[in-house]
Ligand binder design. Structure first.
Ligand code: SF4
Length: 229
C-alpha cells in the first residue's frame, strides 16, 4: 500500500469513529516508497507522451516532426512552463534545447538548480509555424495535457516563462511587466512569472528583471519542505 493510500485509509478509519489502532512495528523504508512513487510518475508521463505522439486535436500537428511533451524530474518541486516548442525542439522532441534552452540552463545554474531537479513543459506540445504565438484555440486544445502533467508531478512552485504562458495559465490579459511583480496562485500552488529566455536573448534590458525574478524563485524553492506523501 502506498503512503498516500495508507493516509487515506487512516482518515477513513477516523471518520468511521475508530479511536485506537494497534500497529505492529514494521520498519518503513520511506526512501523505497519515494522511489516507488517516482518510478510510477515517470512511467505515467512516458505512457502519456507516447499516447499523444500522433495527436491531431489542433492544426499545430501539421508542422510537427516530434511532439515535445516535456522532460525532467517526474516528482519535481519546481515546474517551469513556457509557451511552445521551437524549430530545434520540434526536431529533437526535447523542450528548450536551442539557444534559449542553453540560457535557461545557465539561469537555473545561477540559482543552484539543474534540469534534472525540475520539470519543463510548454503549453502547446507542437511547434507553431514560423514560431508564431500559439492561438487561443490551440492552447485550449492542448491545455488538458499540461493539466495532467501538473496533477502527476504535483509541483510545489511554478515558474512561467513569457507573456503567452503567464497570461494563458493565469487567465488574464495583464502585461508581463506587471505579472512578474507579484507571486500568483495556480491550483493552490505559488506561481512566479518572468521573461522567456528567447526574449532575454533579444533584449538585454530584460536580464536584470529576470535575475530579480529568479532570485525570488530560488528563495521560495529552498525554503520548501520535502514533498508530503
Ligand atoms: S499542440 Fe497539443 S493539441 Fe495541438 S496537435 Fe499538438 S499535442 Fe495535439
Amino acid at each position: 500500500m502506498s503512503v498516500k493510500a495508507l493516509n487515506q485509509y487512516l482518515e477513513f478509519l477516523k471518520i468511521a469513529g475508530v479511536q485506537d489502532i494497534f500497529i505492529k512495528s514494521i520498519p518503513i523504508d520511506q526512501e523505497f516508497a519515494d522511489n516507488d512513487l517516482l518510478e510510477s510518475k515517470k512511467l505515467l508521463l512516458q505512457e502519456l507522451s507516447e499516447k499523444y505522439a500522433d495527436c491531431q486535436k489542433c492544426e499545430l500537428h501539421q508542422g510537427r516532426i516530434k511532439l515535445v511533451y516535456g522532460q525532467g524530474n517526474a516528482d519535481a518541486k519546481l515546474m517551469v512552463i513556457g509557451e511552445a516548442p521551437g524549430a530545434e525542439e520540434n526536431k529533437s522532441g526535447q523542450a528548450f534545447v536551442g539557444k534559449a534552452g542553453q540560457l535557461l540552463d545557465r539561469q537555473l545554474k545561477a540559482i543552484n538548480l539543474t534540469r534534472e531537479e525540475i520539470y519543463i513543459a510548454n503549453i502547446v506540445k507542437c511547434r507553431p509555424p514560423g514560431n508564431r504565438d500559439p492561438h487561443p484555440v490551440e492552447m485550449e486544445a492542448c491545455m488538458p495535457y499540461l493539466q495532467e502533467q501538473i496533477e502527476i508531478i504535483q509541483p510545489q512552485i511554478f515558474l512561467f516563462l513569457g507573456r503567452i504562458a503567464a497570461q494563458a495559465l493565469l487567465n488574464t490579459t495583464t502585461s508581463l511587466g506587471r505579472l512578474r511583480l507579484t507571486a500568483h496562485i495556480l491550483n493552490g500552488i505559488p506561481a512566479y512569472v518572468t521573461y522567456h529566455p528567447a526574449a532575454v536573448l533579444r533584449f538585454s534590458e530584460y536580464r536584470k528583471p529576470t535575475w530579480e525574478d529568479l532570485q525570488k524563485v530560488r528563495d521560495q524553492y529552498f525554503m520548501l519542505p520535502s514533498k508530503q506523501r
